[in-house]
Design a protein around this ligand. Structure first.
Ligand SMILES: [Zn+2]
Length: 593
């Protein structure tokens, strides 16, 4: 306590003062009580008692920097939407999109269909929403895409990375989509375009090397099998353009993928590749690191490798989650019975009517006994029904306020045993109860041992960064954009053992992520930084059960998740939220680094 920097010398009132909160400043330093003074959108005083023209009482609340979410997929949504939920209602004030090798620029004339098929397959964003919502033809090159975003304003600042998939398609055409080897000329042109994008303000370059990421047609996304030479050259393009972050999801990082024929590269080879790229180009690398079911302890090898190689000059930042990656099942989203012939007869009904119809004993008997009909598109996430069926006993029934470290008593194995019914029946009756809004969760990664002890080790590891919320993607399967909120409730308040200091967690979600991406003007509550700030009622902070909304363009469906406890959010000193409601202000802009 007491390490506040006070600039309280002048008696002149600040434009805005946040008064008497517990300041967690995003540097990792101990929290302290005091005021924050803001003028012209910038923090001009921290600590002590300040006078202000407008004073907001923050007593009893946590005052923290706005969250910097470095792993989102709003590349399409940012073209039609200025709200950017679910991130907006979760205290995010800066987000980075263009992750995992998929994006919408560059886009050659007429190329949108290929890019939509990639995004629809990999990130499960409805193609119809992308067709209708994105003003195709507004840009061809990546700098033109940035200029398009720059003409818009948002609830928060946004930053974009250039993605390998769209770049390979733009430069190599169908050969790029087919994952043919890139020629020396292809590589040189892609490197040039990465450099051009970076110089124009792209904050990074991203790629996917897992065969799990497939286009809607079932093909591995462009770049999945790229050579070390190609990848190194493209990351060198970041350096050529002034520097940026290389973001990747590597082969074997989320499992063996035997059902898809097996991953092509071993984890050990992938780590060497990342270390070599980082060292030879001088650029930082962040990459998805989760506990996967095939090798539950492989993450330890990742962290040990990183510790060793970062000491030798590499800049490797494993990107980790703070809760299980949650694959959701509900009647309105995907569920284990969605491809049953008898279900398809009523699948067009509103969800509440489906639930009512499905409680009919005869329809229930037919659906439970039926065979599955294969979905039309091999790469469609609708194929999730087989995984969601196979894993019913391991799935968890979610409560109204979600506990992201549920006990074994919440599994359908336990629920079925207690009710004396089969696993299928237990799930069926849960999904069709009431208005059909019940949601179950399969812990897709990070929960192999039925608790988050390993996740905790990953989260507090000094070289990791907090990410993987995937906001804006997998809109009918995952709703982890609330991760910045649940990590506070879970790790700083609710967990009975092994709590993580709030200073550590908030620094991971703010100052550290901002520093990685070169957002030097924000991320901490220090004099001279942008006033991107959350006031949080931590005692009442809560993440509620995901809900289905049909509010994407063309009536596209997604999960959103009500969150309570953000008393206020400011972006560059402008209040964007008040008591969990949108003020309507849109001070956010494109950030270029
Ligand atoms: Zn992603």
């Amino acid at each position: 306590m007491g390490n506040s920097t006070t600039e309280n010398s002048s008696s002149k009132a600040h434009e805005l003062v946040l008064s008497g909160g517990t300041i967690v400043d995003g540097t990792g330093a101990a929290s302290f009580a005091g005021d924050i003074g803001i003028d012209n959108g910038v923090i001009t005083a921290v600590g002590g008692k300040l006078a202000g023209d407008r004073v907001i009482d923050a007593a009893g609340a946590v005052v923290a920097p706005g969250w910097v979410d470095v792993h989102t997929h709003y590349d399409g949504q940012a073209a039609w939407d200025d709200t950017l939920d679910p991130s907006f209602s979760n205290g995010v004030t800066t987000l980075v999109m263009g992750n995992c090798g998929v994006g919408f620029a560059p886009c050659p004339p007429g190329g949108e269909q290929a890019l939509i098929e990639l995004m629809e397959g990999v990130e499960d964003i409805p193609g119809t929403a992308l067709h209708e919502g994105v003003p195709w033809g507004e840009w061809t090159t990546f700098p033109e895409y940035l200029d398009f975003l720059d003409r818009r304003s948002y609830s928060m600042d946004i930053a974009a990375q250039i993605a390998h998939g769209s770049l390979r398609f733009a430069v190599m055409g169908e050969r790029g989509i087919a994952n043919s080897d890139a020629s020396a000329e292809d590589i040189a042109e892609m490197q040039r375009q990465v450099a051009e994008a970076t110089a124009a303000g792209a904050v990074g370059f991203s790629t996917s090397r897992t065969i799990f990421h497939r286009s809607i047609n079932g093909d591995a996304v462009p770049g999945t099998y790229a050579s070390a030479e190609e990848l190194t050259a493209l990351v060198q393009g970041l350096a050529d353009g002034g520097g940026g972050v290389f973001e990747a999801i590597m082969s074997e990082s989320i499992g063996a993928m035997e059902g898809l024929g097996g991953e092509r590269f071993r984890q050990s080879e992938e780590l060497e590749l990342l270390a070599n790229i980082s060292t030879s180009t001088g650029q930082p690398v962040t990459f998805t690191t989760v506990q996967n079911a095939d090798w539950p302890d492989a993450w330890r090898e990742v962290l040990d490798f990183v510790t060793t190689h970062n000491a030798d000059g590499a800049q490797l930042f494993p990107q980790v989650a703070s809760r299980p990656i949650g694959l959701l099942a509900s009647l309105g989203g995907y569920h284990p019975f969605m491809q049953r012939t008898a279900y398809l007869e009523i699948a067009h009904l509103p969800v509440a009517d489906q639930a009512k119809a499905m409680r009919d004993p005869e329809l229930r008997r037919r659906i439970l006994a039926d065979d599955d009909v294969a979905p039309a598109d091999a790469g469609s996430m609708a194929t999730m029904h087989t995984a969601l069926h196979r894993t019913i006993p391991m799935q968890y029934a979610l409560d109204q306020v979600v506990d992201y470290e549920p006990g074994a008593d919440k599994t359908f194995a336990a629920i079925a045993a207690a009710a004396g019914v089969s696993h299928d029946e237990a799930m069926y009756d849960f999904l069709t109860d009431g208005d059909g809004s019940n949601v179950s969760m399969l812990a897709g990664a990070g929960y192999v041992k039925g608790n988050l002890d390993d996740q905790r080790e990953m989260l507090v590891h000094p070289h990791t960064i907090a990410g993987l919320a995937d906001a804006g993607a997998h809109v009918k399967l995952i709703c982890d954009g609330t991760m910045p909120t649940s990590q506070l409730t879970h790790w700083c308040r609710d967990r009975s053992t092994g709590q993580i200091p709030i200073e550590t967690l908030i620094a991971k979600q703010t100052g550290r992520n901002a520093a990685l991406y070169g957002f030097d003007d924000r991320g901490t509550l220090e004099v001279g930084k942008r006033a991107d700030i959350n006031i949080i009622d931590l005692d009442n902070l809560a993440v509620h059960r995901p809900e289905i909304h049909d509010d994407l363009p063309a009536g596209g469906r997604r999960y959103l998740q009500p969150v309570k406890g953000y008393a206020a959010t400011f972006v560059a000193g402008v209040q964007t939220r008040f008591n969990d409601t949108d003020t309507g202000e849109r001070p956010g802009q494109l950030v270029r680094t």
